[in-house]
Design a protein around this ligand. Structure first.
Ligand code: HGY
Ligand code: MN
Ligand code: MN
Length: 406
């Protein structure tokens, strides 16, 4: 099967035909369709599928003889942000299956197990914590905290996993699995224009900026929009607006990134002063100290605004991910492997989080980026040329051949 055919079979799943955006949230029918797609793609290649106790999917190419220790894992995630693009995560999973096809066509038989992974809830779009499935597997989130996470409807992860037939009591670190993995290589569409500016089809990740996500809940007093005197109001929308503007202003001043992209308001009446407004702050900076300074300054300005308007503010840190520097040795061998095949793969930093960033804490990890002509991501406009996607598959296949077939 060509990459293009494999890719076309995944494209319609979870797609909103009206906007072209994707709504692939963990443990929903769209996610179920993606899991079925993964299982079918694995079966068509004779790979053994396993769903681990954290909800991550694995497709194993077991070696016929007694395998050398140290599985090589590749893959990414199939979930999306609300209204996300087609390529974020999905390109890495589809490219992994296509890379297995390429290895088969070349007659390569791995001497060590080779696995394709699709990690659960990488975007944190439903339960609020990014890379939830890989964090659980690696042990960087407390299982009890994870079980108690709730989605917008109030359903907990434990309830949702149980209804999907998984025992939530089992979630948590998978030491046995981690002990078997010698390397993880994730292919991902670049979320930025680095490769465009460098004129390269593929690149290799240097590292990931530290980033954090905070939930800010402003509680004021509901009132009538047409009668409540302005001076008497305790309007939570005002300090929420201050938080949005402070995020932009402080990030600009500190050459960092801060975004408020999600806001909810109660009761949500057009003719009433809100009683409660919740906003989610996403902050990212070049290093840990810069991230702390960035967040502290935004939150301080926000607290001041809440006080000024007589509004209570509760700040909850949903997730903070430290800076990631990928394994230099693995990164150099990936770069050398591609150079030996005449492929220039420049090294790039990124502000986007990935499961590879989580796995890097426990396993030598590398990332291959595929050129994104506009750099746009987390949007229906996210796009990669098919020629660049196929160059990504060829690069991934070459790296997997080097790592697993000799
Ligand atoms: O938010 C991120 O950087 C990633 O897409 N989860
Ligand atoms: Mn993403
Ligand atoms: Mn992603």
């Amino acid at each position: 099967m060509s990459f293009q055919d494999l890719w076309s079979s995944l494209l319609p799943l979870g797609r909103d035909e009206r906007t072209g955006g994707y709504h692939r949230f963990s443990w929903t029918p769209a996610d179920e369709a993606c899991r079925a797609w993964f299982t079918k793609a694995a079966a068509e290649r004779g790979l053994r599928t396993q769903a681990d106790h954290n909800g991550n999917l694995w497709a194993w190419w077991d070696t016929p003889t007694s395998p050398s220790p140290g599985a090589v894992v590749t893959g990414s995630h199939l979930d999306s942000v609300p209204g996300g693009g087609a390529f974020d995560g999905a390109l890495g999973v589809a490219s992994a299956f296509a890379a297995v096809d390429t290895l088969r066509e070349r007659g390569c038989t791995p001497v060590r197990p080779l696995a394709i992974a699709a990690f659960c809830e990488e975007e944190g779009a439903r339960f609020g914590v990014a890379c939830l499935g890989s964090r659980l597997a690696v042990g960087t989130i407390d299982p009890q905290t994870a079980r108690a996470l709730r989605d917008a409807s109030g359903a907990s992860l434990a309830q949702v996993m149980a209804s999907a037939g998984h025992d939530p009591a089992l979630i948590g670190p998978d030491e046995e699995l981690l002990s078997r993995v010698s390397a993880y290589v994730e292919l991902h569409i670049e979320q930025g224009r680095g490769l465009v500016d460098l004129g390269a089809q593929v690149g290799v990740a240097e590292g990931i900026w530290p980033h954090g996500r905070w939930r800010l809940t402003f509680t004021g007093r509901a009132d009538h929009a047409g009668t409540a005197v302005l001076a008497d109001r305790r309007d939570p929308m005002l300090p929420a607006a201050a938080a949005v503007l402070a995020a932009r202003e402080v990030a600009r001043a500190q050459q960092a990134l801060a975004t408020v992209g999600k806001l909810s308001t109660e009761p949500g009446a057009a003719n009433a002063v809100a009683s409660r407004v919740t906003v989610w702050l996403d902050a990212r900076a070049p290093d840990g100290t810069a991230l702390q300074t960035l967040a502290a300054e935004i939150l301080s300005a926000t607290h001041a605004a809440a006080q000024e308007h007589g509004v209570d503010l509760d700040v909850s840190q949903e997730s903070v991910t430290p800076a990631v520097v990928f394994d230099a040795g693995l990164r150099e061998s990936v770069t050398a492997c591609l150079a030996a095949r005449g492929v220039r793969a420049p090294a790039l930093p990124t502000g986007a989080g990935h499961d590879a960033g989580v796995f890097a804490a426990r396993v030598p990890t590398a990332m291959i980026f595929v050129r994104n002509p506009t750099g746009v991501s987390h949007s229906p406009a996210e796009y990669a040329d098919m020629a660049d996607c196929e160059a990504g598959v060829a690069a991934l296949a070459a790296v997997l051949e080097d790592l697993a077939c000799w």
